[in-house]
Design a protein around this ligand. Structure first.
Ligand code: BES
Ligand code: ZN
Length: 457
């Protein structure tokens, strides 16, 4: 392909691409909020329209019991490999709203970044694929690979309906490579290929006692306080080395080869940069592991929120009737979310006192994934990144989760390429989420170049 032609075209269409992306970023497709169901649907329809406008064929919405899936394909390269592109158009909730400098659903360019909920995770990255396809076809004719697209609206709540859909639509989705842009690069202009993701097991832990709040003068000291029990349980979830204290939690953790740990330790890393990105006070974590190892190869347990009793203005004297915590565990190969949730449940039953009721409600989950980096598609991706960024990519793992990666691997038997264009400090899931514009445009170029590189691999 004439790379210069591609690059010039993308550079001269920057404002068109941004305006179009703005149209999907304006739609409040928050999957966690059932009252946004119509908006989520509208977003799916808008994406389908954009795919049709880009000449993607057989574009249709598959309705599910949850949010719709958007499918489309372009199969005009007989005998050539098929690439299945996956992305998600749902976004995380926006609270705390008052911390946004500009409203989350009013996309705004400030400096070198585009600010909006979903800009990096994942509408901006999903849109890269629509524009890459459109651009390739306009400039060079039919791509040399066959393309299929599947976009979902429930990734942020665990891909509950995509999972069975993949398993029951193996022919429709059949592909030689699955291509996903929903991760981050290691840093600015540091192209990266991601070969590992952690899994996730999410639950809500509730400690209940009385059926209503009690006067703490009349009852305090004579009944168990659920908030105290909850705090006590939470304090027993880790040991003094920062390890998760649930018995058998680490039983299935696959040992990471020394060579891989050495590779990880060779990546550029500084505490200063990590603290700048996170705004945290100090690095902290499991004893005996570096920050990247804690994030990528070790499982964790975190309280995401803890609540109960009186938290309003002033003082109120009660024994709360209940207290609860939302808890997530990030998992690594070969831990399995169902087993880990059972282990959590068993441990809580063992440590909870008989003076209260303790309930564990399992929420969404996803399995960890590892990608063999010696696959030809990874080589093609490496070459595409080198063409556009002018340097060799890093091979990295990520601490986040994309529940469907393992399902794609298992159900389609296809290798997954995690070609992310985000950055670790783009505030995904937080106020002021943004996307570094250079990576957005370079992403479009990289994906278009990749079509060529995948042929004959
Ligand atoms: N884009 C992220 C996954 C991600 C995060 C990859 C950080 C690399 C680094 C994705 O949209 C996400 O947030 N997934 C959820 C999945 C969960 C709800 C099952 C996550 O990781 O919390
Ligand atoms: Zn995402």
């Amino acid at each position: 392909m004439d790379y210069q032609k591609l690059s010039t075209y993308v550079d001269s269409h920057k404002s068109n691409f941004l305006n179009e992306l703005g149209e999907i970023l304006k739609i409040q497709s928050i999957s966690a909020d059932p009252s946004e169901k119509d908006e989520v649907h509208q977003c799916a329809e808008k994406i389908a329209d954009m795919m049709r406008a880009a000449s993607v064929e057989n574009v249709r919405l598959f309705e599910t019991e949850g949010n719709p899936l958007v499918y489309g394909d372009y199969i005009h390269a007989p005998g050539a490999p098929t690439v299945l592109v996956y992305g998600h158009y749902d976004v995380q909730p926006v609270d705390p709203l008052n911390e946004w400098e500009t409203p989350p659903f009013e996309p705004t360019v400030r400096g070198e970044d585009l600010y909006a909920r979903g800009s990096t995770d994942d509408k901006g990255q999903l849109f890269i694929h629509i524009k890459a396809f459109e651009t390739y076809r306009k400039l060079f004719g039919d791509p040399p690979v066959n393309l299929k697209f599947i976009f979902e609206g429930e990734e942020e709540i665990g891909s509950v309906h995509l999972d069975p859909f993949i398993r029951s639509h193996k022919d429709l989705l059949k592909a030689d490579t699955v291509l996903i842009s929903d991760t981050a690069m290691y840093g600015r202009d540091l192209p990266s290929v991601c070969y590992g993701l952690r899994g996730m097991a999410y639950l809500e832990l509730t400690v209940e006692n009385s059926s209503f709040d009690l006067h703490s003068g009349s009852f305090g000291g004579a009944v168990e306080n659920p908030a105290h029990v909850l705090a006590d349980i939470v304090s027993k979830l880790h040991d003094k080395y920062g390890r998760v204290a649930i018995p058998h939690f680490y039983d299935d953790v696959l040992a990471v080869p020394e060579e891989e740990r050495r590779e990880i330790s060779r990546l550029p890393y500084s505490d200063e940069e990590f603290l700048r990105q996170s705004s945290a006070v100090a690095p902290y974590g499991e004893f005996g592991y570096t920050t990247n190892e804690r994030l990528w190869i070790r499982p964790t347990l975190d309280v995401n929120g803890i609540y109960g009793g009186f938290t309003g203005e002033g003082a109120k004297t009660i024994i709360p009737s209940r207290a609860a915590a939302k808890i997530s565990m990030r998992l690594v190969p070969n831990q399995r979310s169902a087993e880990i949730l059972d282990l959590f449940d068993a441990y809580i039953k063992q440590i909870a006192p008989p003076t209260v009721r303790v309930l564990v409600r399992k929420m969404h989950s996803g399995e960890p994934a590892l990608i063999p980096i010696d696959h030809p598609s990874i080589k093609a991706t490496t070459e595409a990144l080198e063409t556009v960024f002018g340097k060799k990519p890093f091979y990295i793992r990520e601490g986040g989760s994309i529940p469907e990666v393992l399902t794609f691997q298992e159900a389609l038997g296809a290798p997954v390429v995690l070609l992310g264009f985000g950055l670790p400090d783009e505030n995904s899931h937080a106020p002021n989420e943004h996307l570094y514009l250079k990576h957005f445009f370079d992403g479009i170029k990289t994906v278009a170049v990749l079509y060529d590189k995948l042929v004959g691999k």
